[in-house]
Design a protein around this ligand. Structure first.
Ligand SMILES: Cc1cc2nc3c(=O)[nH]c(=O)nc-3n(C[C@H](O)[C@H](O)[C@H](O)COP(=O)(O)OP(=O)(O)OC[C@H]3O[C@@H](n4cnc5c(N)ncnc54)[C@H](O)[C@@H]3O)c2cc1C
Length: 462
């Protein structure tokens, strides 16, 4: 077996691994990037990008069928061609993947290895059956995989995950989406808007990432009006019947419902890909889930020369966090043992539903009760939102009672992805509610709704 020596070995060529590789090389270290699966990253192949492409098609369909209230009538049927929808999703997706793959192709051949890696000890990896890599430090950037509960595994190819949706050549007729987190809601609403008969079945009352009870209840109402949405369904059985799946569940109202679907799309959470890494061969301390205990700022596992970045560490499974963590892990691996903490950006999460959902700063669930005031705005009477007939939404902004600082926000509403950036920048700059109210607001814009919420918070602080 061939043995290669390197300063830094990186397991996984996803967004975190690629960032780690570039950072290690820029720091002057030698580095080997190891990939066992397909190149192109989860984000571009089966995550962020194809899901947003599907949502874009869904939005086009929705707008085309919701013109009448403006006095604009489409006299004739709006036709959704599932094959064309999926052809665009896959065509554009392949273009994005192509850019990533071209970047990998341009890397020196000596810096890349193909095969699944596992640890033999803290500094030694085996890659496939062919190569050993002796590294001064190692970055684990192996990403995460969709969880498939046992009940659905027996359904064979009729139980699918997000990856499978983006392999479709045509849209199916009926889909049960299991899970009401961000992925379940985004894909569920998109498929519903594209004419698929969708039921989104959550289990624990989740509505995307929301933790504020009022905002969550509002969002639940909005989605329940748009498609069959049961955030507290108890699925009792899922049985294969030929090419279909019969699902029986008890709804929140206590009703037993039986329905038949072409597919069960399981979006019931993701778990870090650490199972096959042979971590028991290392001296790393592992937690109850088998994940290395690590410092969330240096990304270092204990005092060992091992770093863990991106979805693999199971904390913030978001693209920009994976890229930031990868960069920090790569740099620290190159400089080991001289490691430095990552300066985390403002927490920011977005679900690309319609209306959009966003979270900035502290989550409502993590705030100390009575330490903050809540400023509120409903978008139902918000000027510009009504003009555009997009006047659904409820926003809560949280301000520290002691010093008036903006500490977080959760909301559902129009243009959430853009307003979320304004708020994340304000959070990171440690602005107070008064500072924010001194900023310009144009008229008539959706941001005036944000101003109403900020004014409400300011009034409660006074
Ligand atoms: C449907 C969906 C939609 C999403 N939408 C968004 C969004 O809109 N915005 C956002 O910010 N985030 C989104 N995400 C999350 C985002 O895609 C991830 O946070 C990000 O891609 C994680 O990057 P990563 O580098 O940690 O993992 P990955 O990109 O998955 O890379 C891990 C790599 O490691 C390889 N690997 C695993 N084990 C081994 C091994 N033992 N040896 C060698 N190689 C190995 C894998 O093959 C893989 O290529 C979405 C995710 C999904 C699934």
């Amino acid at each position: 077996m061939n043995t290669i020596h390197t300063d830094v070995a990186i397991i996984g060529a996803g967004s975190a691994g690629l960032s780690a590789y570039r950072a290690a090389k820029a720091a002057g270290a030698s580095a080997i990037l190891i990939e066992g699966g397909a190149h192109g990253t989860t984000c571009a192949r089966v995550g962020c990008m194809p899901s947003k492409l599907l949502i874009a098609a869904a939005d086009a369909a929705h707008h085309a069928t919701h013109t009448a209230a403006f006095g604009v009538h489409i006299d004739g049927a709006v036709r959704i061609d599932g094959r064309e929808v999926m052809a665009r999703v896959k065509g554009e997706r392949d273009r994005f993947v192509g850019f990533v793959v071209a970047g990998v192709d341009a890397m020196p051949a000596a810096d890349k290895l193909t095969g699944y890696a596992h640890f033999i000890d803290d500094n030694l990896l085996q890659v496939g059956e062919h190569t050993k890599v002796q590294a001064k430090s190692i970055v684990i950037a192996t990403g995460s995989s969709a969880v498939m509960p046992a009940m659905y595994r027996a359904l064979g190819e009729r139980a699918i995950i997000n990856d499978d949706v983006f392999a479709w050549n045509d849209l199916p007729r009926r889909v049960a989406v299991i899970g009401a987190g961000v992925i379940g809601l985004e894909l569920g609403q998109a498929l519903a808007r594209l004419g698929v008969d969708v039921s989104v079945l959550g289990a624990r009352g989740r509505v995307g990432p929301l933790t504020d009870p009022d905002v969550r209840a509002y969002a639940e109402r909005v989605f329940s009006e748009a498609f069959r949405f049961e955030p507290r369904a108890q699925v009792q059985a899922a049985v294969r019947e030929g090419d279909e799946v019969r699902v029986r569940y008890v709804s929140d109202a206590g009703e037993t419902i039986e329905d038949t679907f072409d597919y069960v799309l399981v979006a019931a959470g993701r778990k870090p890909n650490v199972g096959g890494l042979g971590l028991s061969n290392t001296s790393l301390e592992l937690d109850a889930d088998g994940l290395p205990v690590y410092d969330p700022l240096t990304l270092q596992a204990g005092a060992r020369p091992v770093f863990i970045a991106g979805d693999a560490n199971g904390v913030l499974p978001l693209l920009h966090e994976a890229a930031d963590e990868g960069r920090a892990a790569g740099l620290n691996a190159a400089r080991y043992p001289d490691v430095a903490p990552l300066e985390r950006r403002a927490p920011l999460g977005i679900a690309f539903t319609d209306p959009g959902i966003a979270m900035v700063g502290a989550r409502h669930a993590d705030l100390v009760p009575k330490s903050f005031v809540t400023g509120e705005v409903s978008f139902e009477d918000q000027g510009r939102s009504r003009v555009m007939l997009r006047n659904r939404g409820l926003m809560h902004v949280y301000a520290d009672r002691e010093n008036g600082r903006f500490v977080g926000a959760e909301w559902i509403g129009p243009d959430a992805e853009h307003i979320a950036h304004l708020l994340a920048w304000a959070f990171q700059m440690k602005l107070t509610i008064d500072d924010m109210l001194r900023m310009p607001f144009y008229h008539p814009v959706v941001e005036e709704g944000l101003r109403t919420a900020l004014r409400d918070a300011a009034g409660k602080l006074a």
